[in-house]
Design a protein around this ligand. Structure first.
Ligand code: ATP
Ligand code: MG
Length: 411
């Protein structure tokens, strides 16, 4: 079934079209709006509703044309059907130049409508509407309770949100002992339950009311302890599908109990960060979870994060990798004081602490961006190396000394 929206100030046209759409059984009407939206409002509307077809009233032609251009920009491939009471050939020609291929004249005729629907279906099969949705969905899975999963998820999410143009969401799906809300001192906020309950009617108005903002990060905490309420996998899918269109990155903190909805979320994720500490029980459970995920064809998405790594380890990283059968992607230092201070202040760990820097590195690696500071540092090292080499008497290319040729000398 095609997803459609109606945008028309003519409410009579919208109502009649709505009726014909529901009679047809071929199109799912997601939203009707009685005014023309522009710029970011239009973008948000399109992202939230992801229509394949936009039925657009054209009685205010200039506004309608702006919408048309917006649809092409924000949702290329979505088909626009012009709606009007009359049919001015000059106007139709203009619309055709702007890419409108279908027109429905009011009062509507069911046969004409069905023929239009068939053509739309055909066009969309050949050129699907490109819904701009992120694939940057990351889950954080503890090998064992208390290994520091929420700490890493929270700090990576904060760091992600601080990257340019990287609107980020952190969802706490540890329904029994979710701590993200507490860690950020969030009070009287909506939770994952309300979001799940409304998962089939989320839109650009409801969503901002559901999430809490911490700086540039949006957060959906786990909320109250409620053994009666469950979240089903379908709600989870709908929630993530919606969030994918709204954010550039989504981090999800899991409980480690491998509930149905957690498995659903991991199926939706690009990466599963399996968090462990270097202790034997945590490693044992990490191995079990990795095997389980591998048996579900999710093994290649797993990256191991070694938290509270010791300076002089009893078990080396290499031994851990052998034990788990998967490489350790990143290590995080043990910083009890830093984490404690952050918890007391209700915020992320200090970004210039060792743990803070490691979380920032993780955040950049997650979205495969290079870290600005890191490049600068590498360049600096390179230049320092070069000037040291020159100071030590290495021939300079500028002097034209034989053998220089601009090549660097290995130390
Ligand atoms: N790198 C670290 N250095 C020192 N302490 C840490 C570190 N990471 C986490 N902790 C501490 O370990 C404890 C557990 O952390 P956290 O709640 O993040 O773990 P979790 O895996 O999410 O646990 P849960 O199973 O309860 O969800 C907390 O007290 C936290 O402050
Ligand atoms: Mg946790």
């Amino acid at each position: 079934m095609l997803r459609a929206v109606i945008m028309s100030p003519d409410t009579e046209i919208s109502t009649r079209l709505g009726e014909i759409i529901s009679r047809s059984g071929k199109i799912g009407l997601v939203k009707t709006i009685d005014r023309y939206l522009v710029s970011y409002e239009l973008e948000r509307f399109l992202r939230a509703n992801a229509p394949q077809v936009v039925f657009l009233g054209i009685e205010q032609l200039t506004h309608a044309m702006e919408v048309l251009q917006g649809v092409e920009t924000y949702m290329p491939g979505a088909q626009v059907v012009a709606l009007d009471r009359g049919c001015d050939p000059a106007v139709l020609l203009d619309l055709m130049h702007l890419g409108v291929r279908e027109y429905l004249a009011y009062p509507f005729d069911i046969n004409a409508f069905m023929a239009t629907t068939a053509r739309l279906q055909d066009l969309l099969d050949r050129r699907p509407a490109q819904i701009d949705a992120t694939d940057n969905v990351f889950t954080f899975l503890p090998s064992k309770a208390g290994v520091g999963t929420s700490t890493l998820a929270l700090n990576a999410a904060v760091s992600l949100s601080q990257q340019p143009d990287n609107h980020t969401l952190l969802m706490d799906l540890d329904l029994n002992s979710g701590l993200v809300g507490f860690m950020l001192k969030l009070e009287n906020v909506y939770t994952i339950y309300e979001a799940a309950e409304n998962s089939n009617k989320l839109d650009e108005h409801l969503w901002p009311q559901l999430v809490a903002n911490i700086g540039k990060l949006d957060v959906l905490p786990a909320g109250r302890l409620d053994p009666q309420t469950r979240i089903d996998p379908l709600q989870m899918r709908q929630l993530i599908a919606f969030a994918r269109r709204f954010y550039r990155a989504i981090c999800i903190d899991l409980s480690g109990n491998m509930e149905k909805y957690s498995l659903e979320v991991m199926q939706e994720s690009r990466k599963i960060y399996l968090v462990t500490t270097p202790e034997i029980p945590a490693l044992h459970l990490a191995r079990q979870k990795y095997h389980l995920l591998s048996s579900m064809d999710l093994g290649d998405r797993v990256s191991v994060l070694l938290n509270r790594a010791q300076k002089r380890p009893v078990i080396t990283t290499q031994q851990i990798e052998q034990l788990l059968g998967v490489p350790v992607t990143m290590e995080f230092c043990n910083d009890y004081r830093g984490v404690h201070n952050a918890l007391t202040a209700g915020r992320e760990v200090e970004s210039d602490s060792e743990l803070g820097r490691q979380c920032t590195s993780l955040a950049y690696a997650m979205v495969e961006r290079s870290q600005p500071g890191k490049i600068a540092a590498t360049k600096k090292k390179f230049l320092e190396y070069f000037s040291v080499a020159q100071a030590q008497g290495t021939p300079s290319p500028a002097t034209g000394t034989p053998g220089s040729g601009g090549a660097l000398v290995k130390r």
